[in-house]
Design a protein around this ligand. Structure first.
Ligand code: GLC
Length: 729
């Protein structure tokens, strides 16, 4: 369970007694959540108990707009007014603390690449500490949307295409955020937002019941089971019904079937948008639809404050619905300890927060550790690391180590030229949804490299002719390119996922003259690397890695660290091949190219350009073997041997395929992963213990089932030495 304490019977009695003293208007006030309230301008509304929560956000697409930030004194001032109201009920104070607060960690998809639950927990906990220090007691994270279309800008905020990765890392984030006890996380966006049609943000999502249950709902169920305090409704319509009016999925499934006891919050003006969806003729109708659906808190619209009292008094909305929503909000505030005068998130108590002293400086060590996992090695012909552990420059060139001079160029052995738009960049390295990180605190890549290789030439590429001259003489050219953080995140969908204009031509020019070319691509989403991979001797993929991006990259280039990430999303050959996933369903017409189906094109390969799970490995796998198989579950194991000269901590991935089932199932699905720590030259046993339910699924009647029969398990895909075994459940 999360460290945010569960709701107890005593808590429920407290809430019941408090509500017995509240007027209908005051109960509705607890459901009202305006943005950026002010202790002076909004004094009357707050003091009269007409506000239950507020958020500090710059607007409807806050993720890429820097606002004036959050300051403790401003938050304390509004809390003091709220606590002076008739019942003295403190506010929920929300902020998008998505991947760090002052210490900015990799964007969530970069954290997913590390496949490290402990690291996700630690980063979330640190972010929560820094946020509570400024009076924030609610973050709108983790995002649990399953994504398989890189055109959607918000893939940057997701843990990717695997329901298992989303569930396990999402749970780790919930527990990490809620571990300080006085801040609640928010599982978002419930549900299906990641399937916006065509990757177009806010577009409708068409999701059948089996995919909804077997893929998209799973991470949210995991977050609820982990004790997440709030869930945010999605902007999109699912199979025609906008989520803010989706009574079945909110009341019947989330609150009913799963027993979620927290509060459901609308997304920004999500209730008001029911009018745009065409479901409501006006805000009064929208308020009625949303409260009936089970949306407890009205973010920004004001429809509840304006219409709910009258809707109840006219008999159109049962008062019980308002009571239920208010009880959930107050129950959450009790769980957060907001009725405890010593609560660290309340005015004057900041110093009482355990660990507050740690927030007096940035946690660069944790940020550096997190950054390594956001780098994924997609190609390396031996050019990396540049400096072997012996300290001498790598010979580069072919296996014989003799550098091949560029076209007529005179290669200066050991000379490194670093070039590209990212060499001196700071802000873009932080990634989208970085509201409180300070770009000035980001160490530039060029500066970090010069500290380690003083002879390196750092060239930002503004003058391509000069860059080409320099590149011609270098033993190794490192080009750092990619998309700016502002090109991913909310309302940043793209119809083509190529590199930004001009960058491919730039790399083509460099590849024609460079002795060796290392390409580093920074991005918030998979891009079209098909024309890029052939140009490079090595390609390091980087999900905007946060405040320590520069030093982490240099550590990797010089061999002091490993690009330890694995792709959380599949890379397609071109935009037109999207959406794509490792979980493509089988089809009725297998091909030689795609023996398990998944469909095909005539103009590009039908298999991924770079599969899910790809990344650097130092481990050699032994054969997967069955340890036991009973009706309760199976245990399989394999040996892994470390070929590196240093201890490695690497994810070992296990996939399964159910060859005969009641619905068409994925050609493969990640069913478990674990991090193996192996000393240099050592061999360790990795054992996977899976309950039979791990192979369960919802069939077309939406009945949950586990088929008896054979299951094929594979460790190590997509590596060439992947190893499989068949078990019977
Ligand atoms: C935005 C986003 C949501 C965010 C909220 C508050 O529109 O959809 O993820 O938490 O509004 O900023």
């Amino acid at each position: 369970m999360s460290e945010l304490r569960p709701l107890t019977a005593a808590d429920k009695d407290f809430v019941k007694n408090l509500m017995a003293k509240m007027t209908l208007a005051e109960k509705v006030g607890q459901l009202h959540m305006p943005s950026r309230i002010n202790a002076v301008a909004d004094h009357e509304m707050i003091a009269n108990g007409m506000v239950g929560a507020t958020l500090y956000a710059s607007g409807a697409t806050a993720g890429n707009e820097r606002d004036q930030g959050v300051r403790r004194e401003a938050v304390d001032s509004v809390q003091r007014v709220a606590m002076s109201s008739r019942h003295g009920i403190p506010l929920l104070v929300g902020r998008d603390v998505i991947h760090g607060h002052r210490t900015v960690f990799p964007i969530p998809t970069g954290q997913a690449a590390a496949l490290d639950e402990e690291l996700v927990y630690d980063q979330a906990r640190r972010a929560a500490l820094e946020a509570v220090a400024e009076g924030i007691n609610w973050t709108f994270a983790p995002m649990l949307d399953l994504v398989d279309d890189a055109r959607w800008g918000r893939v940057a905020e997701s843990y990717g295409e695997s329901p298992l990765v989303l569930s396990r890392l999402g749970t780790a984030a919930v527990r990490g955020f809620q571990s300080v006890g006085c801040l609640t996380a928010c599982g978002k966006h419930y549900v299906g937002y990641g399937l916006a049609r065509g990757g177009r943000d806010y577009a409708a999502a068409e999701i059948g019941q089996t995919s909804l249950r077997n893929m998209h709902l799973r991470p949210f169920k995991a977050a609820v089971d982990a004790g997440v305090g709030t869930i945010m409704a999605a902007f999109c319509a699912v199979d025609g019904l906008p989520m803010h009016a989706n009574r079945h999925l909110i009341r019947d499934v989330l609150k009913g079937e799963w027993g979620f006891e927290g509060a459901v919050v609308a997304d920004w003006d999500g209730i008001g948008e029911l009018v745009h969806h065409g479901l409501a003729s006006d805000l009064r109708e929208a308020a009625k639809l949303a409260i009936n659906a089970g949306v407890d808190i009205d973010m920004v619209t004001g429809a509840y404050l304006t219409h709910l009292v009258e809707l109840v008094e006219s008999g159109e909305v049962p008062v019980e619905l308002v009571d239920e929503a208010c009880a959930r909000v107050l129950g959450l505030k009790v769980r957060l300890g907001l009725f405890d005068p010593e609560n660290p998130a309340l005015p004057g108590n900041a110093d009482s927060l355990p660990g507050i002293e740690q927030t007096h400086h940035l946690d660069r060590d944790l940020a550096r550790r997190g950054a390594y996992g956001a780098f994924v090695e997609l190609k390396n012909d031996g050019v990396l690391p540049l400096i072997r552990h012996s300290g001498e420059a790598s010979k580069g060139g072919g296996p014989e180590g003799i550098p091949n001079p560029g076209e007529g160029g005179v290669v200066k052995p050991g000379l490194v030229v670093l070039t590209g738009p990212y060499v001196n960049e700071q802000d873009a390295l932080l990634g989208t949804w970085t509201l409180d990180g300070d770009p000035a605190e980001v160490t530039q890549i060029g500066k970090a490299l010069k500290e380690r290789i003083p002879t390196a030439i750092v060239d930002d590429g503004r003058f391509s002719d000069l860059t080409i001259l320099r590149a011609r003489e270098a033993e190794t050219v490192i080009a750092v390119v990619g998309e700016h953080a502002a090109r991913s995140g909310e309302d940043r969908s793209l119809a083509t996922i190529d590199l930004p204009v001009g960058q491919l031509e730039y790399l083509q020019a460099l590849s024609r003259v460079a002795n060796k070319l290392v390409v580093v691509v920074f991005a918030g989403r998979p891009l079209n690397l098909a024309p890029v991979l052939p140009l490079a001797n090595a390609l390091i993929w980087a999900y905007h890695p946060g405040i320590e991006a520069g030093p982490a990259l240099v550590d990797i280039l010089l061999g002091d660290a490993t690009a330890s990430g694995r792709l959380p999303m599949t890379f397609a050959h071109t935009t037109g091949a999207l959406p794509i996933s490792h979980m493509e369903h089988r089809t009725g017409r297998p091909t030689l190219e795609a023996p398990l189906g998944a469909g095909r094109y005539q103009d590009v390969p039908s298999l991924p350009l770079v599969p899910f799970g790809t990344g650097h490995t130092d481990l050699v796998y032994g054969p997967l073997s069955v340890v036991s198989q009973t009706e309760d579950g199976v245990r399989v194991q394999l040996s892994v041997t470390n070929t590196a000269n240093n201890t490695v901590r690497e994810p070992v991935l296990l996939f399964y395929r159910d060859p005969v089932s009641a619905i068409s199932r994925p050609i493969r699905e990640l069913v478990d992963f674990q991090l193996a720590t192996v000393a240099p030259g050592a061999t360790e046993l990795v054992t996977f213990a899976l309950p039979t339910s791990a192979f369960g699924y919802y069939d077309y009647s939406v009945d949950y089932r586990v088929d008896n029969g054979e299951i094929e398990l594979t460790a190590g895909w997509p590596r060439p030495d992947a190893t499989s075994v068949t078990v019977t459940v």
